[in-house]
Design a protein around this ligand. Sequence first.
Ligand SMILES: Nc1ncnc2[nH]cnc12
Ligand SMILES: [Zn+2]
Length: 334
Amino acid sequence: MSLSTIIQKLPKAELHLHIEGSLTPELMWHLASKHSITLPYKSIEEIAAAYQFTNLQSFLDIYYAGAGVLIDEDDFYALMWAYFTRCHEDNVVHTEIMFDPQTHTARGIGFDVFMPGFLRAMKDAQKQYGISSYLIMSFLRHLPESDAFATLEAAKPYYSVIDAVGLDSSELGHPPSKFERVFREARALGFKIVAHAGEEGPPEYIWEALDLLNVDRIDHGVRCQEDEKLMAYINANQIPLTVCPLSNLKLCVVDDLAKHNILSLLDEGLMVTVNSDDPTYFGGFLNDNYIALCDALPVTEAHVKQLAINSFAASFLPDDIKQQHIAHIHSLTR
Ligand SMILES: Nc1ncnc2[nH]cnc12
Ligand SMILES: [Zn+2]
């Protein structure tokens, strides 16, 4: 059986996906027309052609502008439903979805608009496709910590349907230490904690995410390899890294996937997972990321199987459900 057939066949979880980063050029075009919004593009093809990035910030500028077409509850439903349709096609059976409230509240669109849209799509995905999903509310790190506190407060009516709190946006110059107090409060409220660290930022940011934010997972984390002690710590404690290969390539974190360190991290025993980050901006959903790795690196069937197992092991699912998914993978690969 070819690796791409195995990738397709294995049930997988996705743990690092920004819902705003799954907006297709087609849906952006449609919603702009629906709301009479003028885009700086003349066609759907022109939108797709604009997705050429030199670093994280050059992507974020386009990504935040693109989210401006999301106005009403149905838009947020359509956004999430389109993602679940792709999950179904890729055999993603569980997903932990990040959303950026501040991208919407800053435009006057509140939790009472986007949350019902998200939750309706999540319920329909469970019913129609059997896909389970969790929500990760992410704070934008280029904004002040006071803004993150206000967001945590505004989310209060939805605490029971939010599983984790995260940290994303422009990494350089905005270390995890800037958000130490708000994450302490989020943890006290019972949320799981994740943070982007070591994508563009140095290993010190990963240490801060671990020591000051008390994260359960590191998003990206690929720069951990620059610090031997950090690598040893992450390995010994099996801190999951949610790695996003095509994202790293598109944002020039690596200049060639053949030089990506995910396989060496996996071979050293780290709890690494494969994810798509912002699939419509980076040229591929989850299976495309697996396949791109297989094309660029000496990936074996055992690696693919381990990555699929890790995706559940590193998830926030209850232990018994994790074990059921992992047993299913073993039964398919025996
Ligand atoms: N790759 C990424 N890094 C930081 N913030 C993000 N927001 C969406 N995608 C991101
Ligand atoms: Zn991300």
